[in-house]
Design a protein around this ligand. Sequence first.
Ligand code: NAD
Ligand code: UDP
Length: 338
Amino acid sequence: MIFVTGGAGYIGSHTCVELLMAGHDVTVYDNFSNSQWEATERVQRIAGRTMAVVRGDIRDGAALQAALHASGAKAVVHFAGLKAVGESEAEPLKYYDNNVLGTVRLLEAMAACGVKTLVFSSSATVYGVPEVLPYREDHRLSATNTYGMTKLVVENMLRDLHRSDADWRIGILRYFNPVGAHSSGLIGEDPQGTPNNLMPYVAQVAVGRREFLNVWGNDYPTPDGTGVRDYIHVVDLALGHVKALDYLGANTGCVSVNLGAGVGHSVLDMVRSFEAASGRPVPFKVGPRRAGDLDAYWADASLAQALFGWRVERGLDVMCEDTWRWQNMNPNGYKGEK
Ligand code: NAD
Ligand code: UDP
Protein backbone atom coordinates (compact mmCIF):
# COMPACT_ATOMS: atom_id res chain seq x y z
CA MET A 1 0.00 0.00 0.00
CA ILE A 2 1.32 3.41 -0.98
CA PHE A 3 -0.01 6.57 0.71
CA VAL A 4 -0.11 9.43 -1.81
CA THR A 5 -0.48 12.98 -0.48
CA GLY A 6 -1.77 15.34 -3.17
CA GLY A 7 -2.77 12.31 -5.24
CA ALA A 8 -5.72 14.12 -6.84
CA GLY A 9 -3.46 16.73 -8.43
CA TYR A 10 -1.85 16.82 -11.85
CA ILE A 11 1.26 14.73 -11.23
CA GLY A 12 -0.31 12.77 -8.37
CA SER A 13 -3.25 11.53 -10.44
CA HIS A 14 -0.96 10.26 -13.20
CA THR A 15 1.28 8.60 -10.63
CA CYS A 16 -1.69 6.88 -8.99
CA VAL A 17 -2.59 5.35 -12.36
CA GLU A 18 0.93 3.96 -12.79
CA LEU A 19 1.11 2.73 -9.19
CA LEU A 20 -2.22 0.90 -9.59
CA MET A 21 -1.12 -0.52 -12.95
CA ALA A 22 2.10 -1.75 -11.34
CA GLY A 23 0.04 -3.68 -8.77
CA HIS A 24 0.37 -1.34 -5.78
CA ASP A 25 -2.62 -0.56 -3.58
CA VAL A 26 -3.08 3.19 -3.16
CA THR A 27 -4.58 5.58 -0.62
CA VAL A 28 -4.86 9.21 -1.74
CA TYR A 29 -4.84 11.95 0.91
CA ASP A 30 -5.75 15.37 -0.51
CA ASN A 31 -7.55 18.50 0.66
CA PHE A 32 -8.67 19.28 -2.91
CA SER A 33 -7.45 22.87 -2.61
CA ASN A 34 -6.15 22.65 -6.18
CA SER A 35 -7.85 19.57 -7.61
CA GLN A 36 -11.19 17.88 -8.24
CA TRP A 37 -12.63 14.66 -6.80
CA GLU A 38 -13.50 13.68 -10.38
CA ALA A 39 -9.80 13.17 -11.12
CA THR A 40 -9.62 10.36 -8.56
CA GLU A 41 -12.67 8.67 -10.14
CA ARG A 42 -11.05 8.81 -13.54
CA VAL A 43 -7.77 7.38 -12.22
CA GLN A 44 -9.67 4.30 -11.08
CA ARG A 45 -11.47 4.08 -14.43
CA ILE A 46 -8.21 4.13 -16.36
CA ALA A 47 -6.49 1.60 -14.12
CA GLY A 48 -9.55 -0.65 -13.79
CA ARG A 49 -8.85 -0.86 -10.05
CA THR A 50 -10.12 0.91 -6.98
CA MET A 51 -8.13 3.02 -4.54
CA ALA A 52 -9.02 4.71 -1.25
CA VAL A 53 -9.45 8.47 -1.29
CA VAL A 54 -9.37 10.50 1.94
CA ARG A 55 -10.21 14.19 2.04
CA GLY A 56 -7.80 15.79 4.50
CA ASP A 57 -5.10 18.38 5.02
CA ILE A 58 -1.48 17.40 5.66
CA ARG A 59 -1.27 20.18 8.24
CA ASP A 60 -3.90 18.40 10.34
CA GLY A 61 -1.45 16.07 12.08
CA ALA A 62 -4.05 13.98 13.91
CA ALA A 63 -6.21 13.34 10.85
CA LEU A 64 -3.14 12.64 8.75
CA GLN A 65 -1.71 10.15 11.23
CA ALA A 66 -5.07 8.40 11.56
CA ALA A 67 -5.39 8.08 7.78
CA LEU A 68 -1.83 6.88 7.36
CA HIS A 69 -2.24 4.32 10.13
CA ALA A 70 -5.58 3.09 8.78
CA SER A 71 -4.15 2.71 5.27
CA GLY A 72 -1.48 0.26 6.41
CA ALA A 73 0.91 1.91 3.95
CA LYS A 74 4.58 1.00 3.86
CA ALA A 75 5.65 4.06 1.86
CA VAL A 76 4.55 7.62 1.14
CA VAL A 77 4.72 9.62 -2.07
CA HIS A 78 4.40 13.28 -1.10
CA PHE A 79 2.98 15.59 -3.78
CA ALA A 80 0.79 17.80 -1.57
CA GLY A 81 1.88 21.40 -1.74
CA LEU A 82 1.32 24.77 -3.34
CA LYS A 83 3.28 25.54 -6.49
CA ALA A 84 2.52 29.02 -7.85
CA VAL A 85 5.72 31.05 -7.81
CA GLY A 86 3.98 34.45 -8.05
CA GLU A 87 1.58 33.63 -5.23
CA SER A 88 4.49 32.40 -3.09
CA GLU A 89 6.15 35.80 -3.44
CA ALA A 90 2.93 37.58 -2.47
CA GLU A 91 1.99 35.21 0.38
CA PRO A 92 5.19 33.61 1.70
CA LEU A 93 3.72 32.45 5.02
CA LYS A 94 1.01 30.50 3.21
CA TYR A 95 3.76 28.65 1.36
CA TYR A 96 5.92 27.97 4.41
CA ASP A 97 2.81 26.78 6.26
CA ASN A 98 1.59 24.45 3.53
CA ASN A 99 4.83 23.18 2.03
CA VAL A 100 7.21 23.20 5.00
CA LEU A 101 5.02 22.80 8.09
CA GLY A 102 2.76 20.39 6.17
CA THR A 103 5.82 18.24 5.48
CA VAL A 104 6.94 18.40 9.13
CA ARG A 105 3.48 17.09 10.12
CA LEU A 106 3.78 14.34 7.52
CA LEU A 107 7.21 13.22 8.71
CA GLU A 108 5.97 13.17 12.32
CA ALA A 109 2.97 11.05 11.32
CA MET A 110 5.22 8.70 9.35
CA ALA A 111 7.60 8.31 12.28
CA ALA A 112 4.67 7.63 14.63
CA CYS A 113 3.38 4.92 12.27
CA GLY A 114 6.84 3.43 11.66
CA VAL A 115 6.68 4.28 7.95
CA LYS A 116 10.13 5.45 6.88
CA THR A 117 10.08 5.31 3.09
CA LEU A 118 9.33 8.59 1.33
CA VAL A 119 9.40 9.95 -2.20
CA PHE A 120 9.31 13.75 -2.26
CA SER A 121 8.38 16.10 -5.13
CA SER A 122 11.22 18.57 -5.44
CA SER A 123 11.99 20.75 -8.41
CA ALA A 124 14.79 21.90 -10.67
CA THR A 125 14.16 25.31 -9.15
CA VAL A 126 16.46 24.28 -6.25
CA TYR A 127 19.45 24.70 -8.59
CA GLY A 128 18.87 28.45 -8.84
CA VAL A 129 20.90 30.20 -11.52
CA PRO A 130 22.91 27.62 -13.54
CA GLU A 131 26.68 27.60 -13.00
CA VAL A 132 27.12 24.65 -15.35
CA LEU A 133 24.60 23.00 -17.69
CA PRO A 134 23.12 20.48 -17.78
CA TYR A 135 22.27 20.55 -14.08
CA ARG A 136 23.73 17.59 -12.25
CA GLU A 137 22.49 16.61 -8.83
CA ASP A 138 25.72 17.92 -7.26
CA HIS A 139 25.15 21.42 -8.67
CA ARG A 140 25.09 24.09 -5.99
CA LEU A 141 21.61 24.57 -4.48
CA SER A 142 19.91 27.93 -4.01
CA ALA A 143 16.51 29.53 -4.34
CA THR A 144 15.40 32.59 -6.25
CA ASN A 145 11.83 32.75 -4.93
CA THR A 146 9.76 31.65 -1.93
CA TYR A 147 8.31 28.57 -3.61
CA GLY A 148 11.83 27.39 -4.47
CA MET A 149 12.95 28.13 -0.92
CA THR A 150 10.20 25.91 0.51
CA LYS A 151 11.47 23.04 -1.68
CA LEU A 152 15.05 23.68 -0.58
CA VAL A 153 14.09 23.85 3.11
CA VAL A 154 12.22 20.54 2.83
CA GLU A 155 15.15 18.94 0.97
CA ASN A 156 17.51 20.04 3.76
CA MET A 157 15.08 18.81 6.38
CA LEU A 158 14.95 15.39 4.73
CA ARG A 159 18.75 15.16 4.58
CA ASP A 160 18.95 16.13 8.27
CA LEU A 161 16.29 13.57 9.16
CA HIS A 162 18.17 10.83 7.34
CA ARG A 163 21.40 11.79 9.09
CA SER A 164 19.64 11.46 12.44
CA ASP A 165 18.18 8.04 11.61
CA ALA A 166 19.63 5.96 8.79
CA ASP A 167 16.54 3.74 8.67
CA TRP A 168 14.80 6.36 6.55
CA ARG A 169 14.74 5.66 2.83
CA ILE A 170 14.19 8.92 1.00
CA GLY A 171 14.01 9.75 -2.68
CA ILE A 172 14.12 13.46 -3.47
CA LEU A 173 12.95 13.77 -7.07
CA ARG A 174 13.80 17.02 -8.83
CA TYR A 175 11.29 17.46 -11.61
CA PHE A 176 12.05 19.52 -14.67
CA ASN A 177 8.99 20.80 -16.63
CA PRO A 178 6.12 18.29 -16.45
CA VAL A 179 3.64 18.54 -19.34
CA GLY A 180 1.31 16.26 -21.26
CA ALA A 181 -1.53 14.07 -20.13
CA HIS A 182 -2.55 10.43 -19.95
CA SER A 183 -3.05 8.94 -23.43
CA SER A 184 -6.69 8.13 -22.57
CA GLY A 185 -7.49 11.86 -22.51
CA LEU A 186 -9.29 11.29 -19.20
CA ILE A 187 -6.81 13.01 -16.86
CA GLY A 188 -4.53 15.98 -17.39
CA GLU A 189 -3.54 19.36 -16.06
CA ASP A 190 -6.52 21.50 -15.06
CA PRO A 191 -5.19 24.93 -14.11
CA GLN A 192 -7.63 27.29 -12.43
CA GLY A 193 -7.85 30.73 -14.04
CA THR A 194 -5.25 31.93 -16.52
CA PRO A 195 -2.44 29.39 -16.86
CA ASN A 196 1.03 30.61 -15.89
CA ASN A 197 2.83 27.77 -17.60
CA LEU A 198 3.58 27.51 -21.28
CA MET A 199 1.97 24.21 -22.29
CA PRO A 200 -1.52 24.73 -20.82
CA TYR A 201 -1.53 28.24 -22.24
CA VAL A 202 -0.59 26.99 -25.71
CA ALA A 203 -3.29 24.32 -25.47
CA GLN A 204 -5.93 26.92 -24.60
CA VAL A 205 -4.87 29.06 -27.56
CA ALA A 206 -5.08 26.07 -29.92
CA VAL A 207 -8.57 25.16 -28.70
CA GLY A 208 -9.71 28.78 -29.18
CA ARG A 209 -10.19 29.65 -25.52
CA ARG A 210 -7.48 32.35 -25.72
CA GLU A 211 -6.57 34.54 -28.67
CA PHE A 212 -2.79 34.31 -28.71
CA LEU A 213 0.25 33.24 -26.73
CA ASN A 214 2.52 35.84 -25.18
CA VAL A 215 6.09 34.72 -25.80
CA TRP A 216 8.02 36.13 -22.88
CA GLY A 217 11.14 37.38 -24.63
CA ASN A 218 12.96 36.42 -27.84
CA ASP A 219 16.31 38.01 -27.04
CA TYR A 220 17.76 35.27 -24.85
CA PRO A 221 21.13 33.74 -25.80
CA THR A 222 19.39 30.59 -27.11
CA PRO A 223 19.18 29.22 -30.69
CA ASP A 224 15.94 31.09 -31.51
CA GLY A 225 16.07 33.67 -28.72
CA THR A 226 13.21 32.19 -26.69
CA GLY A 227 13.50 30.42 -23.33
CA VAL A 228 14.66 26.81 -23.25
CA ARG A 229 13.36 24.19 -20.79
CA ASP A 230 13.52 20.44 -20.28
CA TYR A 231 9.92 19.27 -20.80
CA ILE A 232 9.03 15.85 -19.45
CA HIS A 233 5.87 13.89 -20.21
CA VAL A 234 3.87 13.49 -17.00
CA VAL A 235 3.46 9.75 -17.63
CA ASP A 236 7.25 9.32 -17.85
CA LEU A 237 7.47 11.35 -14.64
CA ALA A 238 4.85 9.14 -12.98
CA LEU A 239 6.76 6.02 -14.01
CA GLY A 240 9.86 7.56 -12.43
CA HIS A 241 8.04 7.47 -9.07
CA VAL A 242 7.22 3.77 -9.44
CA LYS A 243 10.89 3.10 -10.21
CA ALA A 244 12.03 5.26 -7.30
CA LEU A 245 9.82 3.24 -4.93
CA ASP A 246 11.29 0.00 -6.29
CA TYR A 247 14.76 1.40 -5.69
CA LEU A 248 13.94 2.49 -2.14
CA GLY A 249 12.50 -0.95 -1.44
CA ALA A 250 15.95 -2.40 -2.06
CA ASN A 251 18.23 0.40 -0.81
CA THR A 252 18.49 2.58 2.27
CA GLY A 253 19.74 6.16 1.95
CA CYS A 254 18.63 9.63 0.99
CA VAL A 255 19.10 10.22 -2.73
CA SER A 256 18.40 13.30 -4.84
CA VAL A 257 17.66 12.50 -8.46
CA ASN A 258 16.75 14.61 -11.50
CA LEU A 259 13.69 13.53 -13.45
CA GLY A 260 14.03 15.21 -16.81
CA ALA A 261 14.44 14.30 -20.45
CA GLY A 262 17.97 15.66 -20.66
CA VAL A 263 17.17 17.87 -23.66
CA GLY A 264 16.01 21.46 -23.95
CA HIS A 265 13.24 22.84 -26.15
CA SER A 266 12.48 26.48 -26.86
CA VAL A 267 9.11 28.23 -26.62
CA LEU A 268 8.93 28.31 -30.42
CA ASP A 269 9.74 24.56 -30.62
CA MET A 270 6.74 24.03 -28.39
CA VAL A 271 4.50 26.25 -30.52
CA ARG A 272 5.49 24.41 -33.73
CA SER A 273 5.12 21.00 -32.17
CA PHE A 274 1.70 21.86 -30.79
CA GLU A 275 0.53 23.18 -34.15
CA ALA A 276 1.61 19.91 -35.77
CA ALA A 277 -0.09 17.78 -33.11
CA SER A 278 -3.35 19.72 -33.12
CA GLY A 279 -3.59 20.82 -36.73
CA ARG A 280 -4.54 24.24 -35.33
CA PRO A 281 -2.61 27.50 -35.51
CA VAL A 282 -1.09 28.85 -32.30
CA PRO A 283 -0.81 32.61 -32.90
CA PHE A 284 1.69 34.39 -30.68
CA LYS A 285 3.02 37.84 -29.91
CA VAL A 286 6.48 38.48 -28.56
CA GLY A 287 6.46 40.43 -25.33
CA PRO A 288 9.10 41.44 -22.81
CA ARG A 289 10.99 38.94 -20.69
CA ARG A 290 9.06 37.63 -17.68
CA ALA A 291 10.63 38.77 -14.40
CA GLY A 292 12.73 36.08 -12.74
CA ASP A 293 12.90 33.79 -15.81
CA LEU A 294 16.13 31.95 -16.59
CA ASP A 295 17.19 31.78 -20.23
CA ALA A 296 17.82 28.05 -20.49
CA TYR A 297 18.25 24.92 -18.42
CA TRP A 298 17.92 21.20 -18.74
CA ALA A 299 18.78 18.08 -16.77
CA ASP A 300 21.61 15.65 -16.73
CA ALA A 301 19.27 12.67 -16.48
CA SER A 302 21.94 9.98 -16.17
CA LEU A 303 21.66 9.37 -12.41
CA ALA A 304 18.00 8.34 -12.70
CA GLN A 305 18.98 5.85 -15.35
CA ALA A 306 21.89 4.49 -13.30
CA LEU A 307 19.98 4.20 -10.00
CA PHE A 308 16.41 3.53 -11.07
CA GLY A 309 16.85 2.10 -14.59
CA TRP A 310 14.53 4.90 -15.71
CA ARG A 311 14.61 7.19 -18.72
CA VAL A 312 11.98 9.12 -20.64
CA GLU A 313 10.23 7.39 -23.52
CA ARG A 314 7.90 10.14 -24.77
CA GLY A 315 9.11 13.06 -26.89
CA LEU A 316 7.76 16.57 -27.42
CA ASP A 317 5.40 15.31 -30.18
CA VAL A 318 3.71 12.87 -27.79
CA MET A 319 3.57 15.51 -25.05
CA CYS A 320 1.68 17.80 -27.45
CA GLU A 321 -0.58 15.06 -28.87
CA ASP A 322 -1.62 13.91 -25.41
CA THR A 323 -2.18 17.45 -24.13
CA TRP A 324 -4.30 18.15 -27.19
CA ARG A 325 -6.43 15.04 -26.65
CA TRP A 326 -7.00 15.99 -22.99
CA GLN A 327 -7.76 19.61 -23.93
CA ASN A 328 -10.18 18.59 -26.68
CA MET A 329 -12.03 16.01 -24.63
CA ASN A 330 -12.20 18.36 -21.61
CA PRO A 331 -12.14 21.93 -22.96
CA ASN A 332 -13.08 23.26 -19.53
CA GLY A 333 -11.19 20.76 -17.41
CA TYR A 334 -12.84 18.38 -14.94
CA LYS A 335 -15.71 20.67 -14.07
CA GLY A 336 -17.19 20.78 -17.55
CA GLU A 337 -18.65 24.18 -18.33
CA LYS A 338 -17.00 27.02 -16.41
P1 NAD B 1 -1.21 20.15 -8.11
O1 NAD B 1 -1.57 21.43 -7.47
O2 NAD B 1 -1.97 19.70 -9.30
O3 NAD B 1 -1.27 18.97 -7.02
C1 NAD B 1 -1.01 19.19 -5.65
C2 NAD B 1 -2.10 18.51 -4.86
O4 NAD B 1 -1.87 18.70 -3.47
C3 NAD B 1 -3.48 19.08 -5.17
O5 NAD B 1 -4.40 18.02 -5.42
C4 NAD B 1 -3.86 19.85 -3.90
O6 NAD B 1 -5.25 19.86 -3.67
C5 NAD B 1 -3.09 19.07 -2.85
N1 NAD B 1 -2.74 19.84 -1.65
C6 NAD B 1 -2.16 21.07 -1.58
N2 NAD B 1 -2.00 21.44 -0.29
C7 NAD B 1 -2.45 20.41 0.46
C8 NAD B 1 -2.56 20.19 1.86
N3 NAD B 1 -2.17 21.11 2.72
N4 NAD B 1 -3.08 19.02 2.29
C9 NAD B 1 -3.51 18.08 1.41
N5 NAD B 1 -3.45 18.24 0.08
C10 NAD B 1 -2.93 19.38 -0.39
O7 NAD B 1 0.36 20.21 -8.44
P2 NAD B 1 1.28 19.21 -9.27
O8 NAD B 1 1.71 19.91 -10.50
O9 NAD B 1 0.65 17.88 -9.37
O10 NAD B 1 2.54 19.17 -8.31
C11 NAD B 1 2.72 18.13 -7.35
C12 NAD B 1 4.00 18.40 -6.57
O11 NAD B 1 5.09 18.47 -7.49
C13 NAD B 1 3.98 19.73 -5.81
O12 NAD B 1 4.65 19.53 -4.57
C14 NAD B 1 4.78 20.64 -6.71
O13 NAD B 1 5.40 21.66 -5.97
C15 NAD B 1 5.79 19.68 -7.29
N6 NAD B 1 6.35 20.13 -8.58
C16 NAD B 1 5.48 20.45 -9.60
C17 NAD B 1 6.01 20.90 -10.81
C18 NAD B 1 5.08 21.28 -11.94
O14 NAD B 1 5.52 21.97 -12.84
N7 NAD B 1 3.83 20.86 -11.97
C19 NAD B 1 7.39 21.02 -10.99
C20 NAD B 1 8.22 20.67 -9.93
C21 NAD B 1 7.69 20.22 -8.72
N1 UDP C 1 6.50 31.19 -21.45
C1 UDP C 1 6.01 32.06 -22.41
N2 UDP C 1 4.69 32.42 -22.37
C2 UDP C 1 3.83 31.96 -21.42
C3 UDP C 1 4.34 31.07 -20.43
C4 UDP C 1 5.67 30.71 -20.48
O1 UDP C 1 6.75 32.49 -23.29
O2 UDP C 1 2.64 32.33 -21.42
C5 UDP C 1 7.91 30.76 -21.50
C6 UDP C 1 8.71 31.13 -20.25
O3 UDP C 1 9.28 32.41 -20.40
C7 UDP C 1 9.76 30.00 -20.23
C8 UDP C 1 9.02 28.81 -20.81
O4 UDP C 1 7.93 29.35 -21.56
O5 UDP C 1 10.84 30.31 -21.09
C9 UDP C 1 8.49 27.84 -19.77
O6 UDP C 1 7.71 28.56 -18.84
P1 UDP C 1 6.85 27.82 -17.72
O7 UDP C 1 6.19 28.86 -16.90
O8 UDP C 1 6.00 26.77 -18.35
O9 UDP C 1 7.95 27.03 -16.86
P2 UDP C 1 9.13 27.61 -15.93
O10 UDP C 1 9.47 28.98 -16.36
O11 UDP C 1 8.59 27.56 -14.55
O12 UDP C 1 10.26 26.66 -16.14
